[in-house]
Design a protein around this ligand. Sequence first.
Ligand code: ADP
Length: 205
Amino acid sequence: MRLVLLGPPGAGKGTQAKRLAERHQVPHLSTGDILRFEVKAATELGRQVESKMSAGELIDDDIMSSVVANRLAQPDTMNGFILDGYPRTIRQAIALEEALRSQSLTAVVELMVDEEELFARIEARAKEAGTAGEDARADDTSAILRKRLVAFGRETRALSAFYESCGLLIKVDGQASAEEIAATIADHLVEALVRQRSAMPRKGE
Ligand code: ADP
C-alpha cells in the first residue's frame, strides 16, 4: 500500500493517514511532523526550515525531496507507506517518482474541504491545544493559515490534475465524519488495488 494524501491544511490528512497506517500496517510519513521534530531538536535541518514553517511558507523542493528520499530508503517502508504532506509541488511529485524507482503509487487520496470550514478547524485545533496545556503549532493562526492556503492554491492544487491524469486520484468529501471518510477511502482502495493487480504482468508474460 503506497498512498499519498492530498488536501489543504486542516483537511484532516493526519487523522486519515494515522488510521490508514494502522489498518495497512505501514508507516505514516508526515513531512510536517518530521520537520517539527527537527525544529524541536534544533538540528541543522530544523534551523534551516524553522522561520519558513512558522511563516506558513513552503520549504524548498530540494530539501524536502532529500528528506523524503532518505526516509523512503529505510526498511520499514518496504511494504508501503502513507505519505501526508508530500508531495506539495509538481517538482516534488516528480522527485517522488524517481525515489520510488519502478514501484508505482497505489493511489492518491484528495480530501476536499471548503475554506470556511478550514478556518473553523484550525481555530478549534489551536484552542484545543491551549486547553490541553500543549503548545499550539506556531503556524495555527488565522493569518498564517491564510498564507498556507495561498501556498496550497499556488503550488499544491495542481497536483490533483497531475495525479488524475495518471489515473491515481481518489477524491473524497473531507467534510463528512472521520468514520465516513475512512469507509469511503477503504471502498475506493479496494478498487485501486484490484486495478493495480490486474495491471501487473503475470509470471511468464
Ligand atoms: P498543513 O498540511 O496543516 O499545512 P503540515 O504539518 O503538513 O501542515 O506542514 C507544516 C509546514 O511544514 C508547511 O506549512 C511547510 O512550511 C512545511 N512543509 C511540510 N511538508 C512540506 C513539503 N512537502 N514541501 C514544502 N514544505 C513543507
